[in-house]
Design a protein around this ligand. Sequence first.
Ligand code: IMP
Ligand code: MG
Length: 173
Amino acid sequence: MTDWTPLFNEEEIKTRVKQLGKEISKDFANKDFLALGVLKGACIFFSDLIRNIETPLVTDFFIASSYAQTKSTGNLQIHYEKKESAKHKHVLIIDDIVDSGLTLKLLKERILKEDPKSLTLCTLLDKKEKREVEVEVDYIGFEIPDLFVVGYGLDYENKFRNLPFLAEFIPKK
Ligand code: IMP
Ligand code: MG
């Protein structure tokens, strides 16, 4: 027995990532563009998304964590901090999933201190009903209900990131 049930298949993800890439290419054309991935969860989404963006860009990353098993701890830890300056850049933060909103809110506040020209947020998945802090997300792949999701970069205890599709994780009894 598996401990996951499929949610979005490879084809559905590919189609949506392509659409997001197209939109972002248009919005960031001719801009000094810094794309910031939030690892580890966004590793696959980030890689696929930037290959669907046609405008030139600079990449960098944060490695951050706030989750223990299937629950947010409400405490964001930054294990690696980007090296590229955000000053006067058009910055896009790319994350895998927004839950309480805390991760993106705190990262956004950090970057705003560097005086970027603009700051926008992109997430593959949005669990809107779980929001605890207000944060506006500009590009959303899919809105989902309150499920714990794995695959396509998302993990449960660092496992399942390699599933090529997105699935709901249901722990075995
Ligand atoms: P937030 O700070 O509560 O919005 O949590 C966001 C972070 O928690 C995401 O960037 C993920 O890394 C992780 N996370 C939240 N929900 C899930 C999930 O359903 N599966 C896997 N990771 C999740
Ligand atoms: Mg994440």
